[in-house]
Write a protein that binds this ligand. Structure first.
Ligand code: SAH
Length: 218
């Protein structure tokens, strides 16, 4: 079987990067990572031919792979450096984690759906991305064993940034999190932690699936 991801030919790639830039993704390291990680690998079935369009798409377990420009803007806002240890909450397809793995030293990603974590692990292996640890669990409690994290990226919306995650953010750390009611307009928030406390900046309106408690059915 041919992997779905063989579709990023030169012209599609150029169009994909052009769209990212026109939506504000300008950090060269982020653009390079997004050029190298083929989104087509993370989308299956009938939707795979739309993998290079700037839209969210359905994945298994009733979840979605985020819109590429939103992935780019979140990654850019997180200002990741090569020494960073990053936590992602909401593995989903694994696409965001794969991008992070090109920019950071180590990536931990958690999802409440076992099936999504297993499928994402297979893709990470196929792409030789060996600095990602994908974990099944309720990520709203974070990952105390590995804390503190230099960067935390949350890809499911909560009413407020979960307090265990704030506690697990290193001093000098940055967390990117969509905040708001699940079916209303949400805001992407950048939380910066300093010695003095937490600073909150609103970045852009977004729409993510909700952060849910406990484990998923499959
Ligand atoms: N980052 C993903 C998209 C995530 S969609 C990508 O690049 O494809 C949001 C994901 O968050 C879903 O897969 C959902 O199962 C997961 N999720 C929601 N609440 C969660 C929780 N409490 N703990 C862990 N994962 C959660």
């Amino acid at each position: 079987m041919t992997p779905a991801g063989n579709g990023m030919d030169a012209e599609r790639k150029m169009q994909f990067l052009f769209t990212l830039r026109s939506r504000g993704v300008t950090d060269p390291r982020v653009l390079t990572a997004m050029e190298e990680i083929d989104r087509g690998m993370f989308v299956r079935g009938v939707f795979s031919e739309r993998a290079y369009e700037d839209m969210p798409l359905p994945i298994a377990c009733g979840q979605t792979i985020s819109q590429p420009s939103v992935v780019g803007l979140m990654t850019q806002a997180a200002q990741i450096s090569p020494r960073d240890k990053v936590l992602e909450l909401g593995t989903g397809s694994g696409y965001q984690a794969a991008i992070l793995s090109r920019l950071a030293r180590r990536v931990y990603t958690i999802d409440r759906h076992r099936r999504l974590v297993h499928e994402a692990r297979q893709i990470f292996e196929a792409l030789d991305l060996h600095n990602i640890t994908a974990i099944v669990g309720d990520g709203s409690r974070g990952l105390p064993d590995q804390a503190p994290f230099d960067r935390i990226i949350v890809t499911a919306a909560a009413e407020d940034p979960p307090s265990p995650l704030l506690a697990q953010l290193a001093i000098g750390g940055i967390m990117i999190v969509p905040v708001g009611q699940s079916d209303a307009v949400q805001s992407l928030i950048k939380v910066t932690r300093s010695q003095e406390g937490f600073e909150y900046d609103e970045l852009l309106p977004v729409r993510f699936v909700p952060l849910l408690e406990g484990l998923g059915q499959e």
